[in-house]
Write a protein that binds this ligand. Structure first.
Ligand code: NAG
Ligand code: NAG
Ligand code: NAG
Ligand code: NAG
Ligand code: NAG
Length: 392
Protein backbone atom coordinates (compact mmCIF):
# COMPACT_ATOMS: atom_id res chain seq x y z
CA UNK A 1 0.00 0.00 0.00
CA UNK A 2 2.99 2.29 0.51
CA UNK A 3 3.11 3.44 -3.08
CA UNK A 4 -0.51 4.44 -3.11
CA UNK A 5 -0.07 6.54 0.01
CA UNK A 6 2.78 8.42 -1.65
CA UNK A 7 0.91 8.80 -4.90
CA UNK A 8 -2.16 10.12 -3.16
CA UNK A 9 -0.23 12.48 -0.93
CA UNK A 10 1.55 13.76 -4.02
CA UNK A 11 -1.78 14.10 -5.76
CA UNK A 12 -3.29 15.92 -2.78
CA UNK A 13 -0.34 18.25 -2.97
CA UNK A 14 -0.86 18.89 -6.67
CA UNK A 15 -4.60 19.59 -6.38
CA UNK A 16 -5.00 21.34 -3.03
CA UNK A 17 -4.03 24.67 -4.52
CA UNK A 18 -7.15 24.39 -6.68
CA UNK A 19 -9.35 23.68 -3.61
CA UNK A 20 -11.72 20.93 -4.59
CA UNK A 21 -14.89 21.39 -2.63
CA UNK A 22 -16.96 18.74 -0.84
CA UNK A 23 -19.25 16.83 -1.08
CA UNK A 24 -16.93 14.02 -2.06
CA UNK A 25 -19.77 11.61 -1.56
CA UNK A 26 -23.43 11.67 -2.50
CA UNK A 27 -26.58 9.58 -2.11
CA UNK A 28 -26.67 6.42 -4.19
CA UNK A 29 -27.59 7.33 -7.74
CA UNK A 30 -30.83 6.15 -9.29
CA UNK A 31 -32.13 5.98 -12.83
CA UNK A 32 -28.79 6.63 -14.51
CA UNK A 33 -29.38 3.92 -17.12
CA UNK A 34 -29.56 4.07 -20.08
CA UNK A 35 -26.48 6.29 -19.77
CA UNK A 36 -27.20 9.97 -20.35
CA UNK A 37 -26.59 13.38 -18.83
CA UNK A 38 -23.37 15.04 -17.72
CA UNK A 39 -21.65 11.89 -16.40
CA UNK A 40 -21.96 10.18 -19.78
CA UNK A 41 -19.42 11.34 -22.31
CA UNK A 42 -20.14 8.87 -25.11
CA UNK A 43 -20.36 5.31 -26.37
CA UNK A 44 -17.50 3.06 -27.42
CA UNK A 45 -16.98 1.66 -30.93
CA UNK A 46 -16.33 -1.98 -31.73
CA UNK A 47 -13.32 -3.37 -33.62
CA UNK A 48 -12.41 -6.91 -34.57
CA UNK A 49 -8.96 -8.26 -33.72
CA UNK A 50 -8.29 -11.30 -35.89
CA UNK A 51 -6.10 -13.74 -33.99
CA UNK A 52 -5.49 -15.67 -37.22
CA UNK A 53 -3.45 -12.75 -38.56
CA UNK A 54 0.27 -12.38 -37.86
CA UNK A 55 0.65 -10.50 -34.56
CA UNK A 56 2.21 -7.50 -36.30
CA UNK A 57 -0.96 -7.07 -38.41
CA UNK A 58 -3.70 -7.62 -35.82
CA UNK A 59 -3.99 -4.07 -34.57
CA UNK A 60 -3.81 -2.30 -37.94
CA UNK A 61 -7.53 -1.41 -38.15
CA UNK A 62 -7.73 -0.08 -34.57
CA UNK A 63 -4.50 1.91 -34.84
CA UNK A 64 -5.27 3.34 -38.27
CA UNK A 65 -8.51 4.74 -36.85
CA UNK A 66 -7.10 5.96 -33.55
CA UNK A 67 -3.70 7.12 -34.74
CA UNK A 68 -4.15 10.86 -34.16
CA UNK A 69 -5.59 10.36 -30.66
CA UNK A 70 -2.71 8.02 -29.85
CA UNK A 71 -0.14 10.55 -31.07
CA UNK A 72 -1.81 13.27 -28.95
CA UNK A 73 -1.75 11.01 -25.92
CA UNK A 74 1.92 10.08 -26.39
CA UNK A 75 2.76 13.78 -26.80
CA UNK A 76 1.08 14.45 -23.45
CA UNK A 77 3.25 11.76 -21.85
CA UNK A 78 6.34 13.34 -23.45
CA UNK A 79 5.33 16.74 -22.06
CA UNK A 80 4.93 15.25 -18.60
CA UNK A 81 8.30 13.53 -18.87
CA UNK A 82 9.88 16.79 -19.98
CA UNK A 83 8.29 18.64 -17.07
CA UNK A 84 9.73 15.99 -14.76
CA UNK A 85 13.23 15.84 -16.28
CA UNK A 86 13.74 18.88 -18.52
CA UNK A 87 15.67 18.79 -21.80
CA UNK A 88 14.00 15.69 -23.22
CA UNK A 89 16.50 13.35 -21.56
CA UNK A 90 13.88 10.97 -20.18
CA UNK A 91 12.19 10.36 -23.51
CA UNK A 92 15.60 10.05 -25.15
CA UNK A 93 16.34 7.27 -22.70
CA UNK A 94 12.96 5.64 -23.45
CA UNK A 95 13.62 5.79 -27.20
CA UNK A 96 17.05 4.20 -26.83
CA UNK A 97 16.48 1.54 -24.16
CA UNK A 98 12.87 0.39 -24.33
CA UNK A 99 12.86 -0.86 -27.96
CA UNK A 100 15.18 -3.62 -26.78
CA UNK A 101 12.47 -4.69 -24.36
CA UNK A 102 10.00 -5.46 -27.12
CA UNK A 103 12.17 -8.45 -28.02
CA UNK A 104 12.15 -9.78 -24.46
CA UNK A 105 8.35 -9.97 -24.22
CA UNK A 106 6.69 -13.36 -24.62
CA UNK A 107 4.96 -14.20 -27.91
CA UNK A 108 2.92 -12.67 -29.44
CA UNK A 109 3.26 -9.45 -27.44
CA UNK A 110 6.58 -8.17 -28.84
CA UNK A 111 5.39 -8.51 -32.43
CA UNK A 112 2.04 -6.86 -31.66
CA UNK A 113 3.80 -3.87 -30.11
CA UNK A 114 6.13 -3.58 -33.10
CA UNK A 115 3.12 -3.68 -35.43
CA UNK A 116 1.48 -0.84 -33.48
CA UNK A 117 4.66 1.22 -33.74
CA UNK A 118 4.87 0.63 -37.51
CA UNK A 119 1.24 1.52 -38.22
CA UNK A 120 1.16 4.59 -35.92
CA UNK A 121 4.64 5.89 -36.71
CA UNK A 122 5.22 6.29 -32.95
CA UNK A 123 8.74 5.26 -31.89
CA UNK A 124 8.85 1.68 -30.59
CA UNK A 125 10.22 2.66 -27.17
CA UNK A 126 7.28 4.96 -26.57
CA UNK A 127 4.74 2.28 -27.45
CA UNK A 128 6.53 -0.04 -25.00
CA UNK A 129 6.37 2.69 -22.34
CA UNK A 130 2.66 3.17 -22.95
CA UNK A 131 2.15 -0.56 -22.42
CA UNK A 132 4.14 -0.66 -19.16
CA UNK A 133 2.40 2.41 -17.91
CA UNK A 134 -1.04 0.88 -17.31
CA UNK A 135 0.45 -1.92 -15.36
CA UNK A 136 1.44 0.58 -12.71
CA UNK A 137 -1.07 3.41 -12.43
CA UNK A 138 -4.61 2.07 -12.48
CA UNK A 139 -6.92 2.61 -9.51
CA UNK A 140 -10.31 1.05 -10.10
CA UNK A 141 -13.50 -0.43 -8.74
CA UNK A 142 -14.66 -3.92 -9.77
CA UNK A 143 -17.67 -5.91 -8.57
CA UNK A 144 -19.17 -9.30 -9.37
CA UNK A 145 -22.72 -9.90 -8.15
CA UNK A 146 -25.20 -12.74 -8.34
CA UNK A 147 -28.91 -11.94 -8.65
CA UNK A 148 -31.57 -14.10 -7.03
CA UNK A 149 -31.97 -16.15 -10.22
CA UNK A 150 -28.30 -17.10 -10.29
CA UNK A 151 -27.27 -14.67 -13.06
CA UNK A 152 -23.78 -13.24 -12.66
CA UNK A 153 -23.21 -9.58 -13.36
CA UNK A 154 -19.78 -7.98 -13.48
CA UNK A 155 -19.17 -4.25 -13.46
CA UNK A 156 -16.13 -2.05 -13.30
CA UNK A 157 -14.91 1.54 -13.39
CA UNK A 158 -11.47 1.96 -14.91
CA UNK A 159 -9.79 4.88 -13.16
CA UNK A 160 -6.49 5.88 -14.65
CA UNK A 161 -4.07 8.77 -14.57
CA UNK A 162 -3.47 9.47 -10.87
CA UNK A 163 -0.66 12.01 -10.54
CA UNK A 164 -0.42 12.27 -14.34
CA UNK A 165 -0.59 16.05 -14.48
CA UNK A 166 -3.47 17.92 -12.87
CA UNK A 167 -5.05 20.52 -15.16
CA UNK A 168 -5.97 23.20 -12.63
CA UNK A 169 -8.04 25.22 -15.09
CA UNK A 170 -10.29 22.35 -16.14
CA UNK A 171 -10.00 20.50 -12.81
CA UNK A 172 -9.13 17.30 -14.61
CA UNK A 173 -6.26 14.87 -15.03
CA UNK A 174 -4.45 15.48 -18.30
CA UNK A 175 -3.75 11.85 -19.16
CA UNK A 176 -7.20 10.60 -18.08
CA UNK A 177 -8.81 13.07 -20.48
CA UNK A 178 -6.49 12.11 -23.33
CA UNK A 179 -7.29 8.45 -22.80
CA UNK A 180 -11.03 8.79 -23.24
CA UNK A 181 -10.93 9.00 -27.07
CA UNK A 182 -8.73 5.88 -27.09
CA UNK A 183 -11.28 3.61 -25.39
CA UNK A 184 -12.33 0.80 -27.76
CA UNK A 185 -14.37 -2.38 -27.57
CA UNK A 186 -12.59 -5.37 -29.05
CA UNK A 187 -13.95 -8.62 -30.46
CA UNK A 188 -11.08 -11.12 -30.62
CA UNK A 189 -11.84 -13.75 -33.23
CA UNK A 190 -10.33 -16.99 -34.40
CA UNK A 191 -11.78 -18.88 -37.39
CA UNK A 192 -14.23 -16.01 -37.63
CA UNK A 193 -15.66 -16.91 -34.17
CA UNK A 194 -15.53 -14.74 -31.06
CA UNK A 195 -12.98 -16.05 -28.57
CA UNK A 196 -13.39 -13.18 -26.10
CA UNK A 197 -14.42 -9.54 -25.95
CA UNK A 198 -12.76 -6.69 -24.11
CA UNK A 199 -12.70 -2.97 -23.48
CA UNK A 200 -9.29 -1.41 -23.76
CA UNK A 201 -7.23 1.62 -24.77
CA UNK A 202 -6.08 1.59 -28.40
CA UNK A 203 -2.35 0.87 -28.48
CA UNK A 204 -2.42 -1.22 -25.32
CA UNK A 205 -2.23 -4.99 -25.82
CA UNK A 206 -2.71 -6.35 -22.29
CA UNK A 207 -6.26 -6.76 -20.99
CA UNK A 208 -7.86 -5.07 -17.99
CA UNK A 209 -11.54 -5.82 -18.69
CA UNK A 210 -12.92 -8.78 -20.66
CA UNK A 211 -15.50 -11.51 -21.11
CA UNK A 212 -15.38 -15.02 -22.47
CA UNK A 213 -19.05 -15.38 -23.45
CA UNK A 214 -20.96 -18.08 -21.53
CA UNK A 215 -17.83 -18.91 -19.49
CA UNK A 216 -16.31 -16.12 -17.41
CA UNK A 217 -15.71 -12.39 -16.95
CA UNK A 218 -12.45 -10.88 -15.75
CA UNK A 219 -11.12 -7.53 -14.57
CA UNK A 220 -7.81 -6.56 -13.03
CA UNK A 221 -7.21 -3.87 -10.40
CA UNK A 222 -3.85 -2.63 -9.31
CA UNK A 223 -2.60 -3.73 -5.90
CA UNK A 224 -0.16 -1.38 -4.23
CA UNK A 225 2.04 -3.28 -1.89
CA UNK A 226 5.42 -3.22 -0.26
CA UNK A 227 6.10 -6.87 -1.04
CA UNK A 228 6.86 -6.36 -4.70
CA UNK A 229 5.89 -3.03 -6.11
CA UNK A 230 7.81 -2.41 -9.26
CA UNK A 231 10.83 -4.51 -8.35
CA UNK A 232 9.68 -7.22 -10.75
CA UNK A 233 9.44 -4.81 -13.62
CA UNK A 234 12.93 -3.52 -12.91
CA UNK A 235 14.17 -7.09 -12.73
CA UNK A 236 12.64 -7.78 -16.13
CA UNK A 237 14.47 -4.82 -17.63
CA UNK A 238 17.69 -6.06 -16.03
CA UNK A 239 17.26 -9.58 -17.39
CA UNK A 240 15.55 -11.68 -14.68
CA UNK A 241 12.40 -12.72 -16.52
CA UNK A 242 10.57 -15.53 -14.76
CA UNK A 243 7.41 -13.58 -13.88
CA UNK A 244 4.50 -12.67 -16.11
CA UNK A 245 3.26 -9.17 -16.88
CA UNK A 246 -0.09 -8.90 -15.09
CA UNK A 247 -2.21 -7.73 -18.00
CA UNK A 248 -0.55 -10.22 -20.35
CA UNK A 249 -1.71 -12.95 -18.00
CA UNK A 250 -5.30 -11.67 -18.09
CA UNK A 251 -5.09 -11.53 -21.88
CA UNK A 252 -3.72 -15.06 -22.05
CA UNK A 253 -6.39 -16.36 -19.67
CA UNK A 254 -9.16 -14.73 -21.73
CA UNK A 255 -7.68 -16.23 -24.87
CA UNK A 256 -6.91 -19.72 -23.62
CA UNK A 257 -8.78 -20.73 -20.46
CA UNK A 258 -12.03 -22.60 -21.04
CA UNK A 259 -13.77 -22.45 -17.69
CA UNK A 260 -14.06 -20.38 -14.53
CA UNK A 261 -12.05 -22.97 -12.61
CA UNK A 262 -9.24 -23.04 -15.14
CA UNK A 263 -9.11 -19.24 -15.23
CA UNK A 264 -9.05 -19.12 -11.42
CA UNK A 265 -6.18 -21.60 -11.17
CA UNK A 266 -4.03 -19.77 -13.72
CA UNK A 267 -4.70 -16.35 -12.18
CA UNK A 268 -3.89 -17.67 -8.72
CA UNK A 269 -0.77 -19.65 -9.56
CA UNK A 270 1.19 -17.88 -12.31
CA UNK A 271 4.18 -15.93 -11.01
CA UNK A 272 3.77 -12.18 -11.64
CA UNK A 273 5.99 -9.14 -12.02
CA UNK A 274 3.92 -7.13 -9.53
CA UNK A 275 1.04 -7.69 -7.11
CA UNK A 276 -2.54 -7.44 -8.46
CA UNK A 277 -6.20 -8.12 -7.77
CA UNK A 278 -8.03 -10.32 -10.26
CA UNK A 279 -11.81 -10.13 -10.13
CA UNK A 280 -13.33 -13.14 -11.82
CA UNK A 281 -16.94 -14.08 -12.46
CA UNK A 282 -18.11 -17.48 -13.72
CA UNK A 283 -21.32 -18.75 -15.32
CA UNK A 284 -22.89 -20.56 -12.36
CA UNK A 285 -24.17 -19.76 -8.91
CA UNK A 286 -21.39 -18.98 -6.42
CA UNK A 287 -18.81 -18.35 -9.14
CA UNK A 288 -17.45 -14.92 -8.40
CA UNK A 289 -14.20 -14.12 -6.62
CA UNK A 290 -11.43 -11.71 -5.82
CA UNK A 291 -7.95 -13.20 -6.05
CA UNK A 292 -5.47 -11.13 -4.05
CA UNK A 293 -2.02 -11.74 -5.48
CA UNK A 294 1.53 -11.14 -4.39
CA UNK A 295 4.14 -11.60 -7.08
CA UNK A 296 4.67 -15.20 -6.07
CA UNK A 297 1.32 -16.54 -5.01
CA UNK A 298 -2.32 -16.08 -4.19
CA UNK A 299 -2.62 -14.52 -0.72
CA UNK A 300 -6.37 -14.77 -0.43
CA UNK A 301 -9.49 -15.87 -2.26
CA UNK A 302 -12.81 -14.25 -1.43
CA UNK A 303 -15.77 -15.90 -3.14
CA UNK A 304 -19.46 -15.20 -3.40
CA UNK A 305 -21.14 -17.29 -0.69
CA UNK A 306 -24.90 -17.07 -0.60
CA UNK A 307 -25.11 -19.11 2.60
CA UNK A 308 -23.17 -16.35 4.34
CA UNK A 309 -25.32 -13.69 2.68
CA UNK A 310 -22.38 -12.65 0.48
CA UNK A 311 -24.10 -12.16 -2.88
CA UNK A 312 -21.38 -9.92 -4.32
CA UNK A 313 -17.64 -9.36 -4.06
CA UNK A 314 -16.23 -5.88 -4.53
CA UNK A 315 -12.66 -4.68 -4.90
CA UNK A 316 -11.08 -1.24 -5.18
CA UNK A 317 -7.34 -1.05 -4.49
CA UNK A 318 -7.03 -2.31 -0.92
CA UNK A 319 -6.86 -5.80 0.54
CA UNK A 320 -10.44 -6.62 1.54
CA UNK A 321 -9.39 -7.53 5.09
CA UNK A 322 -7.81 -4.08 5.61
CA UNK A 323 -9.41 -0.68 5.95
CA UNK A 324 -9.07 1.50 2.85
CA UNK A 325 -6.92 4.63 3.14
CA UNK A 326 -9.26 7.27 4.62
CA UNK A 327 -8.39 9.68 1.81
CA UNK A 328 -9.40 7.13 -0.78
CA UNK A 329 -12.41 5.18 0.43
CA UNK A 330 -14.40 4.15 -2.64
CA UNK A 331 -15.20 0.77 -1.10
CA UNK A 332 -17.61 1.91 1.64
CA UNK A 333 -19.78 4.05 -0.69
CA UNK A 334 -19.82 1.33 -3.35
CA UNK A 335 -20.84 -1.33 -0.80
CA UNK A 336 -23.43 0.96 0.71
CA UNK A 337 -25.05 1.35 -2.71
CA UNK A 338 -24.81 -2.38 -3.48
CA UNK A 339 -26.49 -3.10 -0.13
CA UNK A 340 -29.22 -0.54 -0.83
CA UNK A 341 -29.82 -2.06 -4.26
CA UNK A 342 -30.33 -5.56 -2.78
CA UNK A 343 -29.72 -8.90 -4.48
CA UNK A 344 -33.28 -9.01 -5.77
CA UNK A 345 -32.81 -5.82 -7.76
CA UNK A 346 -29.28 -6.17 -9.08
CA UNK A 347 -29.13 -5.84 -12.88
CA UNK A 348 -26.82 -4.20 -15.40
CA UNK A 349 -28.93 -1.07 -14.93
CA UNK A 350 -28.66 -0.90 -11.15
CA UNK A 351 -24.95 -1.83 -11.31
CA UNK A 352 -24.48 1.22 -13.52
CA UNK A 353 -26.17 3.34 -10.81
CA UNK A 354 -23.67 2.09 -8.21
CA UNK A 355 -20.73 2.81 -10.53
CA UNK A 356 -22.14 6.30 -11.22
CA UNK A 357 -22.16 7.39 -7.57
CA UNK A 358 -19.36 9.70 -6.43
CA UNK A 359 -16.65 8.96 -5.38
CA UNK A 360 -16.94 5.52 -7.03
CA UNK A 361 -17.18 7.75 -10.08
CA UNK A 362 -14.37 10.31 -9.87
CA UNK A 363 -12.07 12.47 -11.95
CA UNK A 364 -9.93 9.48 -12.91
CA UNK A 365 -12.82 7.36 -14.22
CA UNK A 366 -12.33 6.90 -17.95
CA UNK A 367 -14.90 4.19 -18.62
CA UNK A 368 -17.57 2.01 -16.99
CA UNK A 369 -18.07 -1.55 -18.22
CA UNK A 370 -21.05 -3.85 -17.56
CA UNK A 371 -20.90 -7.55 -18.41
CA UNK A 372 -23.39 -10.38 -18.23
CA UNK A 373 -21.79 -13.73 -18.89
CA UNK A 374 -24.89 -15.75 -19.76
CA UNK A 375 -25.74 -13.43 -22.63
CA UNK A 376 -22.11 -12.81 -23.59
CA UNK A 377 -22.84 -9.13 -23.14
CA UNK A 378 -20.23 -6.42 -22.70
CA UNK A 379 -21.17 -2.73 -22.77
CA UNK A 380 -18.90 0.19 -22.02
CA UNK A 381 -19.45 3.91 -21.58
CA UNK A 382 -17.02 6.82 -21.47
CA UNK A 383 -17.50 8.81 -18.27
CA UNK A 384 -17.15 12.33 -16.98
CA UNK A 385 -17.36 13.53 -13.41
CA UNK A 386 -18.64 17.10 -13.32
CA UNK A 387 -17.68 19.30 -10.38
CA UNK A 388 -17.87 18.93 -7.48
CA UNK A 389 -16.07 15.62 -7.80
CA UNK A 390 -13.25 13.82 -6.03
CA UNK A 391 -9.96 13.88 -7.97
CA UNK A 392 -9.72 10.06 -7.38
C1 NAG B 1 -9.46 21.96 -20.98
O1 NAG B 1 -9.33 23.29 -21.33
C2 NAG B 1 -8.89 23.56 -22.64
C3 NAG B 1 -8.80 25.03 -22.85
O2 NAG B 1 -8.36 25.66 -21.68
C4 NAG B 1 -9.85 22.93 -23.64
O3 NAG B 1 -9.34 23.09 -24.94
C5 NAG B 1 -9.99 21.46 -23.35
O4 NAG B 1 -10.93 20.89 -24.21
C6 NAG B 1 -10.42 21.25 -21.93
N1 NAG B 1 -10.47 19.85 -21.64
C7 NAG B 1 -11.51 19.29 -21.04
C8 NAG B 1 -11.43 17.84 -20.82
O5 NAG B 1 -12.46 19.91 -20.67
C1 NAG C 1 -17.68 -14.45 -40.62
O1 NAG C 1 -18.92 -14.52 -39.94
C2 NAG C 1 -19.87 -13.57 -40.37
C3 NAG C 1 -21.12 -13.70 -39.51
O2 NAG C 1 -20.80 -14.09 -38.22
C4 NAG C 1 -20.20 -13.77 -41.83
O3 NAG C 1 -21.09 -12.77 -42.26
C5 NAG C 1 -18.92 -13.71 -42.66
O4 NAG C 1 -19.19 -14.02 -44.01
C6 NAG C 1 -17.87 -14.68 -42.11
N1 NAG C 1 -16.62 -14.49 -42.82
C7 NAG C 1 -15.90 -15.51 -43.28
C8 NAG C 1 -14.64 -15.15 -43.95
O5 NAG C 1 -16.22 -16.66 -43.10
C1 NAG D 1 -20.34 -22.84 -18.06
O1 NAG D 1 -19.00 -23.11 -18.41
C2 NAG D 1 -18.71 -24.49 -18.56
C3 NAG D 1 -17.22 -24.64 -18.74
O2 NAG D 1 -16.77 -23.94 -19.83
C4 NAG D 1 -19.53 -25.05 -19.72
O3 NAG D 1 -19.25 -26.42 -19.87
C5 NAG D 1 -21.00 -24.83 -19.45
O4 NAG D 1 -21.74 -25.21 -20.57
C6 NAG D 1 -21.28 -23.36 -19.13
N1 NAG D 1 -22.64 -23.23 -18.66
C7 NAG D 1 -23.48 -22.36 -19.19
C8 NAG D 1 -24.83 -22.31 -18.55
O5 NAG D 1 -23.21 -21.62 -20.13
C1 NAG E 1 -23.07 -4.21 3.27
O1 NAG E 1 -23.61 -5.45 3.68
C2 NAG E 1 -22.63 -6.36 4.14
C3 NAG E 1 -23.33 -7.69 4.36
O2 NAG E 1 -24.47 -7.54 5.12
C4 NAG E 1 -22.01 -5.83 5.42
O3 NAG E 1 -21.01 -6.71 5.88
C5 NAG E 1 -21.36 -4.50 5.10
O4 NAG E 1 -20.85 -3.92 6.29
C6 NAG E 1 -22.35 -3.55 4.46
N1 NAG E 1 -21.57 -2.40 4.04
C7 NAG E 1 -22.07 -1.17 4.00
C8 NAG E 1 -21.13 -0.08 3.63
O5 NAG E 1 -23.23 -0.92 4.21
C1 NAG F 1 -36.60 -3.12 -6.33
O1 NAG F 1 -37.29 -2.93 -7.54
C2 NAG F 1 -38.69 -2.80 -7.37
C3 NAG F 1 -39.33 -2.76 -8.73
O2 NAG F 1 -38.63 -1.92 -9.58
C4 NAG F 1 -38.97 -1.53 -6.57
O3 NAG F 1 -40.34 -1.38 -6.37
C5 NAG F 1 -38.25 -1.64 -5.22
O4 NAG F 1 -38.40 -0.44 -4.50
C6 NAG F 1 -36.79 -1.92 -5.42
N1 NAG F 1 -36.18 -2.19 -4.12
C7 NAG F 1 -35.12 -1.53 -3.69
C8 NAG F 1 -34.60 -1.93 -2.36
O5 NAG F 1 -34.58 -0.66 -4.36
Amino acid sequence: MGHLVYLILAAVFSVTSTQFIPPYTEDCRKDMYPPNGPTFKGGVSWYTVDLDLHPSKRWAAVITDKKSDLVTMIQAIRDLADAFVPSGRLIELVDITLPLMADTLPKPFGDEIKGISTVSGIPLGEVVLFNIFYEVFTVCTSVVAEDNKGNLIHGRNLDFGLFMGWDAKNKSWIISEKLKPLVVNLDFKRNNQTVFKATNFAGYIGMLTGIKPQMFTLTMNERFSLDGGYVGILEWILGKRDGMWMSFLTRSVLENANSYEEAKTRLAQTKLLAPAYFILGGNQTGQGCIITRSRELSLDLLEIDLKLGRWYVLETNYDHWEEPLFLDDRRTPAMKCMNQTTQKNITLETMYNVLSTKPVLNKLTTYTTLMQVSEGKLESYIRDCPNPCMPW
